[in-house]
Design a protein around this ligand. Structure first.
Ligand code: C5P
Length: 239
């Protein structure tokens, strides 16, 4: 089944855990922990969620020299998370180092390494910013394709990208490459700070492996029902 990662963009463990209480009987629950919550609570929040059988996507977006990333990836692998992220812009050697760090630990402990996902261009980056601030000429889609290929060729399992990029990544990189899509909104939701938003139904049609949903669930009046509706839609149900 395709995962719906609830983005736990909360300030602390207490708030995150109390939000999740009504989800106690849901199977296949998956969450994304980002920098905000992890920098506050550290590994203890991961441990707590894993002890409840929840899949964890630890989104720390590593980007540093290869040796540092390898050692950090080794630490992340020991946390028993199922997915983690790096920036593809760190380059081929850094991507390989991340892969090595995750695999080294998994091999030593006999566990399954977390899936390694790369951020290509952040969805908040505009083409103008790419050209003028980063001095990368050309179209943003070409940069996304290039970085997705770099990630693929150096050992990443997939990318985090807009659902609107899934089709060309599957065509130009690899049909099996994992595409996990944030920027999801229900038809009646506010876009907030997201620019190019896509509904869960559209993400399914475009080939999402899984989606990340934050505020549409966390700020819903009925978070469990909203989650279930989104999960069913993504997995081809009626909602
Ligand atoms: O509330 P919302 O559904 O917009 O939350 C989306 C989540 O996905 C946030 O945790 C955000 O940091 C993350 N994300 C994103 N765009 C990316 C990568 C991650 O929105 N390109």
């Amino acid at each position: 089944m395709k995962p719906v990662f609830i983005a736990l963009d909360f300030a602390d463990k207490k708030t995150a855990i109390s939000f999740l209480e009504p989800f106690a009987n849901i199977d296949h629950l998956a969450v994304k922990i980002g920098m905000e919550l992890f920098y506050k609570e550290g590994p203890s929040i991961v441990k707590e969620l894993r002890s409840r059988g929840i899949e964890v996507f630890l989104d720390l977006k590593l980007h540093d020299i290869p040796h540092t990333v390898q050692q950090a990836a080794k630490q992340i692998s020991q946390l028993d998370v199922q997915y983690t992220t790096i920036h593809a812009l760190g380059g081929s050697k850094m991507i390989q180092a991340a892969r090595l760090g995750l695999d080294e630990d998994a091999k030593a402990s006999g566990s399954i390494a977390p899936k390694l996902l790369a951020v290509t261009q952040l969805t908040s980056t505009s083409e103008e910013q790419l050209n003028q601030e980063e001095q990368i000429n050309g179209k943003i889609d070409d940069s996304v394709t290039h970085l997705a290929n770099l990630a693929h060729d150096n050992g990443a399992d997939g990318v985090i990208c807009s659902a609107l990029e899934d089709e060309f990544i599957h065509k130009k990189v690899n049909a099996e490459f994992i595409c996990i899509n944030p920027g999801i909104r229900l038809a009646n939701n506010n876009k907030d700070d997201q620019q190019r938003v896509v509904t869960p139904e559209k993400a399914r049609q475009l080939g999402a492996y899984g989606i990340v949903v934050g505020r549409s669930i966390t700020q819903s009046d009925a978070p469990v029902k909203t989650y279930q509706d989104i999960y069913n839609t993504l997995n081809g149900g009626q909602n």
